[in-house]
Design a protein around this ligand. Structure first.
Ligand code: C5P
Length: 226
């Protein structure tokens, strides 16, 4: 039958969230972006002056953070609204300061345990397209379809650079490339739940594909499994 739980993993700007949103709309499933949770913890830590090295304080924050991910009531160009302690932080979570600290925060085992537990509960409800770094390997290893999206670093950095410029952020391409290189290295090199394809994931390289081509390939995969 149609896969009820779809896991999409891969590095930053590999096209995961765009693909997942389109698939979720196509199938009538819930889109869940797990990176938002790590970003929310990171944002709250920065605001409180908690160091990205303070495992104990970060674990406590991840376990207790008042985090609400709402579906938008109007089509305002975002797939969800993120409320942390009553404040709309949807765009704050995309700031370069959060990008720079999030991989360090999310490497702490206690932080991962708290968040992946929340994510697993959401995923087990089914009819979900869940996106992250460790969904197919750790959060939902029983997912019916696992996709691992990849693309070369330059291509991903160019995509992210364009997004940031469109949102009016003054960044250079070199900065974006370097930040992404560092985040990749930390996400792939950490001890707990490093970024890597699950053994049973379908790996798609999107370097030379546009989003429509990626979407069509995955729809064909889903249809082949029904
Ligand atoms: O997907 P996004 O780029 O928003 O994720 C931000 C960061 O959160 C990643 O670079 C990674 O450090 C962390 N993350 C993670 N596990 C996930 C999702 C995100 O460690 N499932």
């Amino acid at each position: 039958g149609t896969p009820l739980r779809i896991a999409i993993d891969g590095p930053a700007a590999s096209g995961k969230s765009t693909l997942a949103q389109r698939l979720a709309a196509h199938l009538g499933y819930t889109y869940i972006d797990t990176g938002v949770m790590y970003r929310a913890v990171t944002w709250a830590a920065l605001r409180r002056g908690i160091s990205p090295e303070d495992a104990e304080a970060l674990t406590h924050l991840a376990e207790s953070l008042d985090l609400d991910i709402q579906r938008p009531t109007v089509a305002d160009g975002r797939p969800y609204t993120v409320i942390v302690e009553g404040e709309d932080v949807t765009w704050e979570l995309r700031r370069p300061e959060v990008d720079a600290a999030v991989s360090q925060v999310s490497a702490h085992p206690g932080v991962r345990q708290a968040l992946s537990q929340r994510q697993r509960q959401l995923g087990l409800r089914g009819r979900v397209v869940m996106v992250g770094r460790d969904i197919g390997t750790v959060v939902l290893p029983e997912a019916d379809l696992k996709i691992y999206l990849d693309a070369d670093l330059e291509t991903r950095a160019r995509r992210r650079y364009q997004e940031l410029r469109e949102r009016g952020q003054a960044v250079s391409f070199e900065e974006v490339l370097e930040a992404m290189r560092q985040r990749d290295a930390l996400d792939q090199g950490r001890e707990v739940a490093p970024l890597r394809p699950a053994p049973d994931a379908v790996v798609l390289d999107t370097t030379a594909l546009d989003i429509e081509e990626v979407f069509q390939k995955v729809v064909a995969l889903i249809e082949a499994r029904c």
